[in-house]
Design a protein around this ligand. Structure first.
Ligand code: OXD
Ligand code: MN
Length: 587
């Protein structure tokens, strides 16, 4: 493989610290991957599943204390605390390097260090960026082979440049007390230690493609966002693209792969998935905003994925997929999770690898159990998925899980107001998460855990991008999660969310009127298509109401949140908040 002096020098330095027995370069070949799979199976790190039912599929279990991202142990190590801001955890870079060096020291003795050259985005695309991850985990290697583009072509694209993101991962002894996920944006460096859970160790994903990339985007005039990308194809063949940001557990993967309701399907509408989690966006030569999905696979939550909720995601997992922390069906040598179907295996192991009987009331799969599946498996993957120039974005959609406050959909007045709408995004905690139910967590642009610098400066960058994009997408907010007095969801959701997306696209084309409200433009209920739905236009009307009292309460909560972010919140957003308050008072 082509060598690069900067990569080599850095590997030497990291190997001097971690002291692996061997260093192995990952070339992206099937032969090498197959040998690593065999090795992982021989040590018990992975289980080869039934190759007739699930060809190329494997099961992996992470340590019981290591099953999710650890926000409390995730740090942004900028030279000053102010650059990281009040929402991020901050550590002084020198202190962090020193502290983690102690943990890394000798941690790979008796182990192999794998060198994974990878590209986020198609190698050679103007959007793409290169990373090299060093890891002592075969699971990480095999997962990165699914989630990113790995191997020779990447080193060719890097050529003699020093411009790559350096990621070091060591499992060490998986000690939670010494678990750290640290980012050094000024050094293009990520250090992750004492974890084996995907979100903490597949460094191309949240660490690079969101935290480091958001920092680079600000410096270089583009955006890294926690957004899915989908295309809606009209009967004419024309495709319009939408980016959408939702906090974790609000159905991003489901929306990204939605199945059109019959009403649209029979007219010839189709939906294509470009990405389910991350978008990199930059203005194109025609002044529009273009997006790529920098990833090459889906790292989806398994529980709840089924033939009704998301048949396309389920189909994506039927080959060449790694399942993590799901239940194991011993008789069939397959996997199972809550919500897959109503037939839990009779003879099974739970996600911890213990004998498990569904009748005892415990969970077979961990609620955050995952599948790592190649994007190309998805039956509705877009033919633009590999387009190096990305797809033009007509609309940006923000969303949250709100039982009462947010209406089904509204449109922002303009880009600055849309930035404000993104900045006040929020979700209410559900019974599925630990802690109190119904507590509002503000999650601006769904980026709260993922902005690699000061949140207020991130807002300023959004406002600045408004000047750089000549033909701006329109910005909307949706809420699929309003509930009735008994706590039942009112809107049917899933594929029927397309009905709302269609209103959004008609707004983008100037084909439908809207009414001005205190919070933005609201649809006329009659303009949301309800044919074939169990809910009618009256219910849609209810879903579009704006309750003054709950919004004023929300304004107080937003004021507190802005205060928490501090002085970096742009004056423009304070002005937007004041204007909202005024409009609500005038209601
Ligand atoms: C994810 C997340 O894993 O947002 O995508 O937590
Ligand atoms: Mn995500």
């Amino acid at each position: 493989m082509r060598q690069n002096q900067y990569v080599n020098a850095w590997i030497r330095e990291m190997a001097d610290m971690t002291r692996p027995d061997k260093i192995v370069w990952i070339d992206g070949s099937d032969e090498q991957a197959e040998a690593l799979r065999a090795e992982a199976c021989s040590t018990g790190e992975m289980i080869k599943l039934n190759q007739e039912l699930l060809p190329g599929c494997y099961l992996h279990r992470s340590a019981v204390n290591d099953v999710a991202r650890v926000e409390g142990r995730t740090f942004i190590c900028t030279p000053t605390k102010e650059e990281a801001g009040n929402i991020n955890n901050w550590m002084d870079p020198a202190e962090c390097y020193a502290k983690l060096s102690e943990i890394y020291k000798g941690s790979m003795v008796g182990r192999t260090m794998y060198v994974i050259p990878y590209s986020m985005g198609v190698p050679g695309s103007p959007f793409s960026k290169i990373g090299v991850e060093l890891t002592d985990s075969i699971y990480v290697v095999l997962s990165m082979l699914i989630m990113t583009r790995v191997g020779e072509a990447v080193m060719e694209a890097l050529a003699d440049s020093p411009d790559f993101i350096k990621g070091l991962h060591a499992k060490a002894d998986l000690d939670e007390e010494k678990r750290y996920i640290c980012h050094f944006p000024q050094d293009n460096t990520i250090w992750s230690v004492n974890s084996g859970y995907g979100g903490n160790v597949l460094l191309g994903k949240k660490c690079f493609a969101l935290r480091i990339a958001s920092y680079l985007g600000r410096k270089e005039g583009w955006m890294a966002e926690h957004m899915l990308i989908l295309g809606i194809q009209f009967p004419s063949g024309d495709v319009k693209y939408i980016c959408a940001a939702f906090p974790s557990a609000c159905g991003k993967t489901n929306l990204a792969m939605l199945i059109p309701p019959e009403y649209y399907a029979k007219q010839g509408y189709k939906v294509w998935c470009v990405g389910d989690d991350i978008s990199w966006l930059r203005p194109g030569p025609d002044g529009r905003l273009y997006a790529i999905n920098p990833e090459n696979g889906f790292f989806g939550v398994a529980p709840g994925t089924n033939a009704h909720s998301n048949p396309n995601a389920l189909a994506s997992t039927r080959k060449n997929t790694i399942f993590t922390n799901v239940a194991y069906d011993i008789d069939q040598n397959t996997v199972w999770w809550e919500g897959l179907d109503k037939n839990p295996p009779k003879h099974a192991l739970n996600w911890k690898g213990e004998p498990w009987d569904a009748a005892d009331g415990t969970k077979g799969a961990h609620p955050n159990s995952r599948f790592t599946a190649p994007a190309k498996n998805c039956p509705v993957i877009s033919d633009q998925f590999e387009n190096p120039n990305g797809v033009p974005i007509s609309a940006i959609v923000f969303g949250g899980r709100r039982a009462k406050t947010a209406p089904l959909v509204y449109q922002s007045f303009d880009w600055n107001h849309g930035t404000f709408v993104g900045s006040i995004m929020a979700s209410e905690t559900t019974a599925a998460a630990s802690g109190a139910v119904g507590v509002v967590r503000r999650d601006p642009m769904a980026m709260r855990p993922f902005v690699g610098y000061n949140m207020g400066d991130y807002f300023a960058h959004w406002l600045e991008m408004g000047h750089l994009i000549k033909n701006k997408p329109l910005i909307f907010h949706v809420n699929w999660f309003r509930t009735d007095d008994e706590g039942h969801f009112i809107w049917p959701g899933f594929g029927d969310n397309m009905r709302v997306l269609m209103w959004i696209l008609r707004r983008c084309e100037g084909k439908v009127d809207a009414r001005t409200s205190a919070i933005g433009y609201l649809p006329y209920a009659k303009d949301i298509e309800v044919e074939g739905l169990s809910v009618g236009t009256d219910t849609v009307e209810d879903l579009l109401t704006v309750d003054k009292a709950s919004w004023l309460e929300d304004v107080d909560n937003i004021e507190d949140f802005y205060a928490q972010i501090g002085d970096s919140v742009p004056a423009e957003l304070h002005a937007q908040l004041d204007a909202l308050k005024q409009r609500l008072s005038d209601m």
